[in-house]
Design a protein around this ligand. Structure first.
Ligand code: 3MF
Ligand code: MG
Length: 345
């Protein structure tokens, strides 16, 4: 049974201002230094970055200035014994990415998306991480007939190849999501992401990041998605959280909607000693809009606490008893064993 220590990471976007699509912010802005202080406080080791979290205003800086600022960020992290887990090109907020990035119908938009992604590679290299995360946020359609899915698949591969070519050491973890902000995404599931990776110039350098809620939004079981990626040696990061069925993207506390589902995710990670691979456990969770500013990091502490409690639950699970039940095909007994164990019996 695995006994390795997990490394945790968080992104600045996980400590937010409480805005939702129906109202303005309800809490003051949180500076990056405050995010760092919270991460240190929680005992996290890694920070997840969008390219412009690491280097604000990077669109208006020269490549040399970008590298300089990223190096300064690396020093800032090192002073706190922290590292950058990954850098993700934020293509979905810029006017040039209005119709998507790599699959935009506008050739200038596609060119911009690839150039911006290369800058993200520069940022990653300067911050000492070899991992680029691609969440293909607007690579999809709102009007199905507006883009050709065959063409889109080719364009995605071209973009991934361009990023791989930018640095021979860089690895790409694709973070699929089936919808939001688009109606239908071109890379909705782990199967799509892995298939795309296998068709790229260097498949060994393309893997996945699995977010629990994204799998649930695709109608899939996150632990099975993780198992599928783990079997291929491709699970390079996770965004643990929860989602109560098919509705808006909730980014709930890990285990908040389905504790057993959370147990199953921890179980599959433990079964391969994921912690020993050095990959991070990230939480992509949001504070409730109703939280007061001084209490707006509880969602992170709770997600980590639930995760660690579930690690204990997995490590104390009566495996031999379960194996006997499985051998005897008594899955009803197994059902009860799991439920009693989770209930503390
Ligand atoms: C959206 C997400 C994103 C990504 C992040 C890094 C804002 O549903 O999950 O969080 O995780 O952009 O790729
Ligand atoms: Mg995410």
């Amino acid at each position: 049974m695995a006994e390795s220590q997990y490394r945790f990471s968080v992104g600045p976007w996980n400590i937010g201002r409480g805005a939702d699509p129906f109202g303005p912010p309800v809490r003051p802005a949180v500076s990056f230094d405050e995010v760092l202080a919270v991460a240190v406080d929680l005992g996290f080791d890694g920070i997840q970055f969008h390219d412009d979290d690491a280097v604000p205003d990077l669109e208006n800086l020269s490549p040399a200035q970008i590298v300089q600022q990223a190096e300064a960020m690396k020093r800032k992290l090192a002073d706190l014994n922290m590292v950058a887990e990954f850098v993700a090109p934020r293509l979905w907020e810029h006017p040039s990415g209005i119709d998507g990035g790599y699959t935009s119908n506008d050739p200038a938009g596609r060119k911009w998306a690839i150039e911006r992604s290369k800058r993200a590679v520069d940022v990653a290299r300067a911050m000492g991480t070899d991992l680029i995360v691609l969440w293909p946020a607007r690579e999809g359609t709102g009007v199905r007939e507006s883009k050709c899915p065959i063409d889109a698949s080719r364009k995605m591969i071209e973009a991934v190849n361009a990023i791989l070519a930018a640095d021979p050491r860089i690895r790409i973890a694709i973070e699929p999501k089936p919808n939001e902000p688009v109606d239908t995404a071109f890379i909705p599931t782990i199967g799509h992401a892995l298939a795309l990776g296998s068709r790229c110039a260097d498949p060994a350098r393309v893997g996945v990041l699995i977010e629990s809620a994204h799998a649930i939004l695709a109608g899939l079981d996150p632990s099975d998605e993780m198992g599928f990626a783990l079997a291929a040696g491709k699970l390079w990061s996770v965004h643990l959280n929860d989602q109560n069925g098919l509705k808006y993207d909730q980014d709930k506390v890990f285990g908040a909607a389905n504790l057993r589902g959370a147990f199953d995710q921890v179980r599959v990670l433990e079964s391969v000693d994921y912690a020993a691979t050095g990959a991070f456990v990230g939480f992509d969770v949001k504070a409730q809009r109703t939280q007061k500013a001084e209490q707006a990091t509880a969602h992170l502490a709770t997600s980590q606490a639930v995760f660690l409690r579930l690690v204990e639950k997995v490590r104390t699970f009566p495996v031999n008893t379960a194996d006997e039940m499985i051998a005897n095909r008594d899955y009803e007994a197994l059902e009860r064993l799991v439920l009693e164990h989770l209930l503390g019996g």
